[in-house]
Structures are given as structure tokens and as C-alpha cells.
Design a protein around this ligand. Sequence first.
Ligand SMILES: *Cc1c(COP(=O)(O)O)cnc(C)c1O
Length: 387
Amino acid sequence: MSLDKFQQHFQKMPGPSFYYDLDQFEKRLQSLNSPEIKTWYAMKANPLSSFVELANQNHWGLDCASLGEVNHCLNHGVSPENILITGPAKSYEYFKTLIEKGISTFVIESENQLKWLADLKPEANVLIRFQKNDWKYQGFNVLGGSKHTQFGLSLEDWKEINPSQYNLNFLGFHIFQWGNILDKDQLIDVWDEIFSQVNLWEKELNIKTKVLDLGGGLGIPYEGEKELHPDFIKESLAYLKQKHNIPEVWLELGRYLSGPVGNYLVNIIDIKRSSGVDMIILEGGINHLVRPVFANQSFPCRDLNNNETQKYKVYGPLCTSLDYLGEFQLSKDLKPGDSLAFEMVGAYGFTESMPYFLCHDLPAEVVYQNNEFTVKRENLGPESWMR
Ligand SMILES: *Cc1c(COP(=O)(O)O)cnc(C)c1O
């Protein structure tokens, strides 16, 4: 484990810092390369240029959901045909800009999107995004699950619209409603439910399926569970593809790739005992890592004293009781100035957070590759953005 090395480097950093192990990221990319699936890196999980470049070099496409993401990819060597456009908000102007940049593959989520794209670029490659509202599978997650959301439309809605009347190159279907699934059986239940509906969709909409895009949603072990093995993913999809006679399966993965390769290192400012509770106050909190509040799930946390442990509640520096990162077993002999490491923060970490609140420094982002550290962004102070 490279945490010791990160900790040594962190001694020299002036403030809270994210460390990303790029060798590990590359291994994860390669572990899923297979002739059975076409893979896209969903860069919203972590858009740092190093991740985009490595995904591109390892023959992954890039799943982009904003012009900012698209421009970032194009600026870092990704060619437009390796970009897939997702996301519910696509205006006529946005399509126009993307087409001018040479982008040709789009996930379509509304009737307007169909009209605008067919008008701007007849024969563009499209996938129709489905919102399935009759799931047998039940659960909760940020993508909505069986809840009504802004993503795509239902079969009934698409039937009324009749997409095949538009002059576009229909590749097939996109569906993604369940995130962070870690249990093998649950994953297969969800995928099997999708695969077994595709024949119905193509018949009802008169669109021949060349591609089924399952989105992302592979989970990672935030709470010490067992990891999903890449071979299991590849083998399951190869099997389902054959069983249901689907020529191509696409995955857009974020969390599974980048999550486990990130660590957030942060110093302890203070330790105190309040009404019988031992508390640690850190230099950075939900301003740099907001996900524990959104998802009601902590990132794993460790210290490197490796001594006898006790329970602590761990808080960030913000003046809101929301700034709570979780309860952890940590060394009894911790003191102000020691550091803590949060693991699994490589996805939905820095860019999902709220770094401007209370005008603290931005966290640094540091990459580790071939035994070398590179600081991609320093701890920028508020003078760099406050107006
Ligand atoms: C967020 C997102 C993904 C990535 O999801 P993960 O759960 O991180 O793998 C893929 N596709 C779309 C359309 C998304 O919005």
C-alpha cells in the first residue's frame, strides 16, 4: 500500500491534498479491457487531466456531460470520435458547438434533442435513453433507481414520440438508474432485467439494437466489503450479450476506476472531548469531500500511528454541523499536527465538493506514477478566486 509514501510527501505540502495512484488507475483500466465490451471513462467521477489521458491511452472512450468536460478532453489529446455525449441538458446551441468540434455520438434524452440533432447533423450516431419505471429490483441510490427522474424517458413516452421517424443513425439504447452496486447478485439482477427488455424496446420503437449502453454503477468497497472482480464483470456481460443476442455492450464507468486510487490527506487541527465524545477537528472537511453528506456514507479513514485505537467523531473546519466526516477507530495517541488519510476518494471527491464555502484553500491534487510525485495543482488560496 502506497499510503506511507503519500504521507511522507504530504509532510511537505502546505495543506490538505488529494493523492492519486495512477499506476493503479491504469491497472484498473486494463483489467476491464475486453473484446466483449466497449468501455468509456465517465469523467465526472474525476476529470483531472491525468485520468483523462490515461483512459485515452488505454483505448477507453470518454463519456462527457458538459462542454467543459468536452473541451478538457480535446485539450488533452482525445479525438472527437472517442467522445460520447451524455447528460439531460443539451440545447440546440450545445449540439451545434459539439458538432463543429467533430463529435458524432450522442445519448438522446428528449424529443427536442432528437429534433435538434436531426436538424443539425442528419445521420449522427444516437442512443435512446430509457427510464424504466417497472423495476423488480429495489434499492436506493443517487441515480434515482425506480424513482421518477430527469434522465431519459419511459417506453410509453418514446412510443408516442416515435424516434425512428427522425433521420439519425440509431445505435440502440442507454439505461442507467442504479449506482454503486457492489453485490454480484444485485448487479446481475439489474442487468438481466435490462437485457430481457431490449427486444421489447426495439420492437415497439422499430429500432434495431446494435448497442446496449448500461451506463456505470459498479460499486467499490467503502465499508470493507468484497470488491467486484473485473473478470466477473466481463464474463457476466459476455454471457448476457450472447443470451439476448445483443451485438455490442457499452459501459460508462467512473467510480469503479478512479474511486479506489485516491487518498485525501489532511492534518488534525484540534482534538477535544465534549460530553463524553472524543472529537477530531480537521483542516479540511466537506469543503473538500462532500460525498459523506450526500450519500450518508463515510469514506474509510486511517491514521499512520498504528497504535491501539479508540472511537472518534471526525469534523471539518466549516461553521456548520453538516461538516461531519464520520465516526472512526483511530489511534489513541493522535495529537494536533498528525494527519489522517481518507481512502476511496478518487471518484466523487474534489470536484463534487464545495471548496469555496468559508474561503479556505483549495486542496492540492498530486499524482503518483512510476515512483514519482507530480503536484497537478497547489493548495490555491482564496485570493486566487475571491472577487
Ligand atoms: C455518473 C454517470 C456514469 C458513471 O457512473 P459510476 O457509477 O461512477 O460508474 C456513467 N454514465 C452516466 C450517464 C452518468 O451520469
